[in-house]
Ligand binder design. Structure first.
Ligand code: H79
Length: 481
């Protein structure tokens, strides 16, 4: 009885841990995003211009909070996300403006240096926080003086410098913009948790009623207009759409479409990654945004009916964090998440949080470089590929297919101990198999086929400790369901 009870407890703890980390299964997605959903034709055309082919982008959380790295005046933020430090430590707006924004001076920021790192990592687009929840804008805004030109000593337009460097080096450029939350404006939809308005604005009367539409008209919509007018923006990444009704969201969509019809919009303008099963994606949402951003750090369980993106980070935070609860992911974890995302047909957006001086921290540089090394050997299995065509995700790793359907890429993440790799569900004849990495280009792999199962004889050791890619050439295109 004791054993039964304690095993039940273990199962319950595991289930709630999964729930807490938001790991959603095929079944959850069947409710959340039914198979009948289809992007409208204009969205299809827009996504095909570059977004679907890009596959891998850099996400940058940079702002006044970066210099705090999770600690303010000796107090350490108790939570994971360093960009939340103002709210987590309840720093009043006036104090944050003076002591944090007023000190923001990343003199070592060099857009060219960042872009060279992103390119060497294999990234093909960049998305940077133009305004996070704290409300401080990294661009020259005329409708607010809470920006890098007026409220900080730095007085350089970071969005302009980075967008120019990206376009110069052939990367697409996008901005993150927190449209509903803005801790510098008591009317924004930021203070729904009890007591938060009082802690950020101690001088406001208890009875103060925020007017969300007034905030949107006064600041968020005009700033989107400024961004789309003054910069070459290929993608706009909205977030945390609390109180974003369809009518409110459409004001943003119409503004973006009017100023730049090619600009791609993510789903968090209107829906928070379908955060609960109670709020599935419905067809009427599909004229509001273009593609679907999954949850923070969520990898799709399989190919989904809508075009998806996984917003990941090199660490447990998005903004730079050096104090309190925080850890970096391993290179292996990041490569596996990149591969599982692209093998599900999704786009992988990997974040790093540059430090307050404007440099990218050495650990993030090291992880980016490791990914760049892996990509330079295996890029063919990531770009210009389609999702895994096999009937199921293989337990040894994942698979992708070339656009013409004639090359199957096997991502072997768990090396077979008996030297034999079995691939089930290949309905066409395979002609040959070889390692994709130039390091092992001359090694032969013997291949046999038993009906729709391939059997490959592999050496005792993996070629790549993280993911060895095997390129299987097929005699005819793999029929995709
Ligand atoms: O920009 C990054 C996050 O800051 C943002 N989305 C990514 C891309 C984000 N905003 N809100 N959330 C994610 C989810 C809400 C998290 C919260 Fe908390 C949990 C708010 C309060 C409890 C984490 C823990 C943040 C503060 C404490």
């Amino acid at each position: 009885m004791k054993i039964i009870l304690s095993s039940l407890l273990v199962v319950l703890i595991c289930a709630s841990a999964l729930h807490a980390r938001g790991i959603r299964t095929d079944k959850d997605f069947a409710t959340l995003m039914p198979d009948t959903l289809k992007h409208p034709p204009e969205t299809e055309a827009r996504l095909n211009k570059w977004f679907r082919g890009s596959k891998f982008g850099a996400f940058i959380h940079f702002g006044a909070y970066s210099q705090l790295a999770g600690k303010y005046k000796g107090r350490v933020s108790p939570k994971n996300y360093a960009e939340w430090v103002q709210m987590d430590l309840e720093i009043p707006y006036e104090e944050y403006r003076k002591e944090v924004v007023g000190q923001f001076n990343p003199t070592e920021f060099d857009a060219e240096e960042w872009v060279k790192l992103f390119k060497a990592t294999g990234m093909r687009h960049v998305v940077i926080t133009s305004k996070h929840h704290d409300g401080f804008a990294l661009f020259d805004s005329l409708c607010s003086d809470y920006d890098v030109m007026d409220a900080s000593p730095f007085k350089r337009d970071i969005i302009k410098e980075l967008s120019e460097a990206c376009h110069k080096h052939g990367l697409k450029f996008g901005v993150y913009y927190s449209q509903a939350k803005d801790w510098s404006d008591p009317d924004s939809s930021s203070f729904t948790r009890k007591g938060t308005l009082k802690s950020i604005y101690p001088e406001l009367p208890e009875t103060y009623k925020p007017d969300m539409d007034a905030y949107l008209e006064r600041k968020a919509l005009p700033q989107i207009e400024e961004l789309l007018t003054n910069y070459q923006i290929d993608l706009i990444w909205f977030d945390t759409p609390r109180e974003m009704t369809r009518a409110r969201a459409l004001r943003f969509t119409e503004t973006v479409r009017r100023l730049n019809p090619d600009c791609v919009i993510n789903s968090r303008l209107y829906t928070m990654a379908g955060a609960s099963k109670k709020h599935p994606i419905t067809p009427d949402m599909l004229d509001v945004f273009d593609y679907f951003s999954l949850g923070d750090k969520e990898v799709p369980p399989k190919k989904l009916p809508l075009t998806t993106e996984s917003p990941d980070s090199v660490s447990s935070s998005y903004g730079y964090k050096a104090h309190g609860e925080h850890h970096y992911h391993t290179l292996q974890e990041l490569i596996h998440r990149l591969v599982h995302t692209t093998c599900s047909g999704g786009s992988y957006l990997l974040n790093c949080g540059p430090m307050g001086n404007g440099k990218i921290d050495p650990k993030a540089v090291e992880l980016f470089s490791g990914i760049g090394d892996w990509i330079s050997d295996n890029h063919e299995s990531i770009y210009d590929t389609e999702a895994n065509p096999l009937p199921a995700k293989p337990q040894w790793g994942d698979a992708s297919l070339s656009k013409d359907g004639r090359t199957l890429y096997l991502h072997v993440m768990q090396w077979p101990t008996n030297g034999t790799l079995r691939v089930d569900g290949v309905p066409v004849k395979a002609a040959s198999a070889r390692f994709l990495s130039p390091k092992a280009a001359d090694q032969t792999i013997s291949l046999s086929q038993d009906g729709s199962s391939l059997v490959l004889d592999l050496p005792a050791q993996a070629i790549d400790a993280h993911d060895t890619v095997i390129k299987v050439v097929l005699e005819s295109p793999f029929p995709v369901q």
